[in-house]
Design a protein around this ligand. Structure first.
Ligand code: SF4
Length: 360
């Protein structure tokens, strides 16, 4: 059963609102050298074309300043700067026009002879408030503090949640409230459990992801399991699928997950039969061609590619448009009703594409 989504407070990343009743936002991260403005902007534009709504860039050192300004000026998407330990880079990114940070406040506190210097964090918090920017606290199983590892014995959901809440408290103490939280583990089960606990404890929007999910097939499956089950539980306000692949692939998988979880009705739902001994046309080839053709479509549509006229129209009764094969011929149907019969496999595909284009 699809659970009602828990309403979280609304956090902005540029002009994109996350939380509340807003759609679940799709994010990705560039894998270009951020200093390479042209390559980074090309990738951001491509991601935007595919439906990415917020994009994160790694900021490694101060040499990126000029590039950050140029990228922020031209980017069609709001930008998040991914910073690890150097607080000055965080301030530099916000001054350059970035809308948000991904930084863990606890990582920028300095400690000398047992005395903790909070001034770097004070400065970042001040900059966040001045720029009306937001921040994501992102804890993963590899970043849990030593004392929590000792307390819990190993990285576990309770340790992830406690660690994240510590970082959040450091921001709250400085007046920062535009906060999102992520709790990522490469273990799908730990990821799910961590977000479930946090969902009960906090009303900050949750950024879902399974970290280091892997190569496209493995990563898509782990992400679908982790992100998908949380979404169905009503948990999650924004998602990032992490794949060892071109980030464009992350966007495709993210929308497949959102559609399958019933959370966003964007793009084409492709129904294709698994093929069997009754199959009389090359369904695998045709389905792959149709899949490639509809990759860019944002209009919500159901498209079916079926191997036989016996079960095809019936099995895909609700499809907006479908194709079912017979021996050297096939039929095209709309909403389960046959509207056209075509001879020849090549001609069938051409006629189907023409029909499909007429409703896009
Ligand atoms: S639609 Fe027809 S060809 Fe495809 S799996 Fe079902 S029975 Fe077999």
């Amino acid at each position: 059963m699809l659970m009602t989504r828990k309403k979280k407070r609304i956090v902005k990343i540029g002009n994109v609102s996350i939380g509340g009743d807003n759609p679940i936002i799709v994010q990705s991260m560039t894998n270009t050298d951020t200093n390479d403005v042209k390559a980074s902007l090309n990738q951001i534009n491509e991601l935007a074309k595919r439906g990415c709504e917020v994009v994160r860039l790694a900021v490694r050192d101060a040499s990126a300043q000029k590039a950050l300004v140029e990228i922020a000026k031209e980017s069609p998407l709001p930008l998040v700067a991914d910073i690890h330990f150097d607080y000055r880079l965080a301030i530099m990114a916000l001054d350059s026009g970035f809308s948000a940070l991904r930084i863990n406040p606890g990582n920028i506190l300095k400690s000398e002879n047992g005395i903790i210097d909070t001034s770097p964090l004070d400065k970042v918090a001040k900059s966040l408030l001045e720029h009306n920017a937001s921040v994501r606290v992102g804890v993963n199983s590899g970043s849990i503090e030593k004392d929590l590892l000792q307390k819990y014995g190993a990285p576990c959901p309770a340790a992830l949640v406690e660690s994240a809440l510590r970082h959040v408290a450091l921001l709250e103490e400085r007046g920062v409230q535009q906060i999102k939280i992520s709790l990522k583990s490469s273990s799908v089960l730990h990821t799910i459990e961590s977000y479930r606990i946090m969902n009960e404890k906090s009303d900050y929007p949750l950024h879902l992801g399974v970290t280091e999910a892997g190569t496209p097939l493995r990563g898509a499956i782990k992400s679908a399991m982790g992100i998908g089950s949380l979404l169905m539980d009503g948990i999650g306000d924004t998602i990032r699928v992490s794949l060892t692949a071109d980030p464009v692939e992350e966007i495709k998988v993210a929308y497949h997950i959102l559609r399958a979880a019933g959370r966003r009705d964007v793009g084409v739902e492709l129904i294709s039969c698994p093929t069997c001994g009754r199959t009389e046309i090359d369904v695998i080839d045709i389905a792959n061609k149709v899949d490639a053709l509809v990759q860019h479509v944002k209009k919500p549509l159901t498209v079916a590619v079926m191997g036989c006229v016996v079960n095809g129209p019936g099995e895909a009764r609700e499809a907006d448009i479908g194709l079912a094969g017979g021996r050297d011929k096939g039929v095209i149907f709309r909403k389960g009703q046959i509207v056209r019969a075509v001879n020849g496999e090549k001609e069938l595909l051409e006629a189907f594409i023409a029909e499909l284009n007429s409703i896009l």
